[in-house]
Structure formats: structure tokens, C-alpha cells
Design a protein. Structure first.
Length: 99
């Protein structure tokens, strides 16, 4: 399994500064994740919170859903959502983002 540190960093940043379009895509991706058998939940006793993460790649769902990568789901389940928003992904891939 390989990790794209730029993709991960962008997703974390975007989760805090998301546009309305990004929030809409993330919401729809999250709906798919909630019914996925690979969704895992870890309870952190000290903080008394639970964290949902992808059992395939290990990413926290709350951040992964903001990935700018087209169909970044390791099981390719985001295809329907991302194909509805191709313009968003095409415009992001044309830009050279520097972190």
C-alpha cells in the first residue's frame, strides 16, 4: 500500500476550509462510507470519542471524504458521486497546488 502525502495533507486542509461544493461531495461520499462493510470504528477512551476510519487504507473517514483525487476510495465506491461532479475534479487536476 502506498501513500500520497500531498493528497492526504490536502484532504486534511480541505476538511477545515472546504467550499460548499467540496462539502456536498464529501457528504455524499460519507453516505457511501456509512454503509460500507470496511468502515471501522475505534473508541478513544481518554478523549471519550469514537473515530471512523477506512479498514482498507486506514484513513479517517472525516478527512478521506475531502480528497481531491477522483474516486479515491480504495474499493472504488465513490465513482457515482465523483462522476456527477467531474467538473470539480477536472478543474482541480489542471491546477498545480503547492502546500
Amino acid at each position: 500500500m502506498s501513500f500520497d502525502i500531498q493528497e492526504i495533507t490536502r484532504a486534511w486542509i480541505d476538511s477545515f476550509f472546504a467550499t460548499d461544493e467540496q462539502k456536498n461531495i464529501a457528504k455524499k461520499r460519507n453516505e457511501i462510507c456509512q454503509s460500507c462493510p470496511s468502515l471501522k470504528v475505534k473508541f478513544q477512551k481518554r478523549k471519550k470519542i469514537s473515530v471512523q476510519y477506512c479498514g482498507e487504507c486506514g484513513c479517517p473517514i472525516s478527512k478521506k471524504i475531502f480528497s481531491r483525487k477522483y474516486n479515491a476510495c480504495p474499493l472504488l465506491k465513490w465513482e457515482p458521486v465523483d462522476s456527477e461532479n467531474k467538473n470539480f475534479f477536472e478543474s482541480k487536476s489542471k491546477k498545480t497546488d503547492i502546500i
